[in-house]
Design a protein around this ligand. Structure first.
Ligand code: FMN
Length: 207
């Protein structure tokens, strides 16, 4: 074989290696960016305000094409979906400066029924976030947010916020004032951030 043929074959081999390398990188990047993330948004709502905020959180999360979103009242959540989710967002009306009893019952129920108690901590490292609605400007919204977040931290979840400092919040007057566009937008931003951080964390876990 003369020198020019050898050179041609070497160049061809190198080109094939380069193409294979590029294809593998593209494949790896593609499978990472198309990896689905599950986001479970749960709430209690009698008058519809907290449910409306839940929908806005879902709208924000839906901006992320990787997100598979489920929105439902706390009473309807099953252990299987709770344990399968990558992120849990919990919404409550403020009742007596705290989360509603229904939401507390949800946390208590999943602790016992779903076997997430120590030492297993099956909710560990899932993303958690909270939102609330309250009648008054300053009658317990932050306490309600903190009690939700505290329950998540007890479960060893990774808590994040957006909207306001501790999560998204709306003031509903005596339960009759509509949730404002600004408050809904804050809820959307919470959902968007939950999706973004959840996707980043899941990608990191794969590597
Ligand atoms: C039993 C009860 C207790 C409440 N306690 C408070 C309170 O302590 N602070 C507050 O800001 N709003 C309080 N509210 C008002 C609700 O938090 C508010 O109307 C909320 O937006 C209702 O949400 P929903 O429309 O999703 O049911 C209370 C309402 C009820 C029914």
């Amino acid at each position: 074989m003369d020198i020019s043929n050898q050179t041609r074959i070497t160049v061809l081999c190198l080109a094939m290696l380069l193409v294979c390398g590029l294809a593998l990188t593209a494949l790896a990047q593609g499978s990472q960016s198309s990896q689905k993330i599950k986001i479970l948004i749960v709430y209690h709502s009698r008058g519809g305000h907290t449910a409306e905020m839940a929908k806005a959180v879902a709208e924000g999360a839906r901006k992320n094409p990787q997100a598979e979103i489920s929105v439902k009242p706390v009473a309807e959540v099953k252990c299987a979906e709770l344990l399968a989710t990558d992120a849990l967002v919990v919404g409550s009306p403020v009742y007596w400066s705290n989360m509603a009893g229904e939401v507390k019952t949800f946390f208590d129920r999943f602790s016992t029924e779903c076997g997430v108690l120590p030492p297993t901590f099956q909710m560990r490292d899932k993303i958690g976030a909270a939102f609330v609605t309250g009648g008054e400007t300053s009658s317990g919204k932050e306490i309600a947010l903190m009690t939700i977040v505290a329950a998540m931290l007890g479960n060893r979840m990774i808590v994040i916020s957006e909207g306001q400092a501790l999560g998204a919040a709306a003031t509903t007057g005596e339960g009759k004032a509509p949730v404002t566009e600004k408050e809904l937008d804050e809820a959307r931003r919470l959902g968007e951030r939950v999706a973004q951080i959840t996707a980043t964390l899941k990608r990191g876990k794969k590597n």
